[in-house]
Design a protein around this ligand. Structure first.
Ligand code: SF4
Length: 252
């Protein structure tokens, strides 16, 4: 019988080394230059009007793996089909699925929406998360982490878009562009990316930076074929400065 390899007896656990203050400062300076270049290209975009925390949470679930247009259509259709969260929670799951199907992944999203609503009702006694507005960033994170199907990016979206907290959500565009730029290591996963980017982004700029990185990822730094030749960020970009033969399209 084979066994998974474990640590050798007596081996010391490997600790993650903290970055030196100089390295963090260099990453901060790099981030500020990228921020400024993006702002020159796209200005300071404004977010949609804030929703209450529960609405923002469900809206973010609907936004996963789809375009803004289809997310908005799914959201509008949800409210054409139901008059309240109470009605959504009591509806058969297939009815929710039908209402949001233009947003994609309707079986999964309808299940997560139902589970979130059940959990909110269980914890709060009604369909509201308004009390999150009185909590600190860490408290909001701890509270929402307990919901099935709700990950760090969704939590950061609720924090920055609904609660006005200086959180930085990392979606697939932000992740890809920041890896190429060298703002995070190529080996980073999404969780590390959230931590590393929050560490170097000025709190007042998290929302603008997030929105501008998404815009850049959609228009210029696309997954399959980034347009490095016409990209003003190229002087700041680890990937864009490579010779053409060493630019490998990203998996994300
Ligand atoms: S230079 Fe290329 S890889 Fe770098 S941000 Fe611009 S488009 Fe993306």
């Amino acid at each position: 019988m084979t066994r998974a390899a474990g640590p050798r007896a007596g081996a010391r656990p490997r600790l993650r080394r903290a970055a030196s203050p100089g390295a963090v400062e260099a990453r901060r300076a790099h981030t500020r230059r990228v921020l400024a270049a993006l702002e020159k290209m796209y200005g300071r975009p404004e977010a949609l009007p804030p929703k209450d925390p529960l609405a923002e949470l469900i809206f973010t679930i609907l936004s996963q793996h789809t375009s803004d247009l289809n997310r908005d259509r799914a959201w509008a259709s949800l409210w054409q089909s139901f008059a309240s969260w109470d009605e959504v929670a009591r509806a058969p799951r297939r009815a929710i699925e039908r209402a949001i199907r233009m947003g994609g992944l309707a079986p999964t999203k309808s299940r997560v929406i139902r589970e979130v609503l059940e959990e909110v009702k269980r914890r709060e006694g009604s369909y509201t998360l308004d009390r999150l507005a009185g909590l600190s960033m860490d408290e909001v994170e701890r509270y929402l982490m307990g919901f099935k199907g709700v990950g760090l990016k969704t939590i950061r979206c609720v924090q920055v878009f609904s609660l006005g907290q200086p959180a930085f959500p990392v979606d697939t565009h932000v992740f890809r562009v920041c890896r190429r730029l060298g703002l995070i290591p190529e080996t980073s996963d999404f969780e590390a990316a959230h931590r590393l980017l929050a560490e170097v982004t000025p709190p007042s700029e998290t929302l603008v930076f997030h929105l501008n990185l998404i815009r850049h990822g959609r228009l210029v730094c696309k997954a399959g074929r980034p347009a490095c030749e016409r990209c003003p960020l190229r002087p700041e970009c680890r990937y864009g400065r490579r010779p053409l033969s060493r630019r490998i399209p990203a998996a994300h």
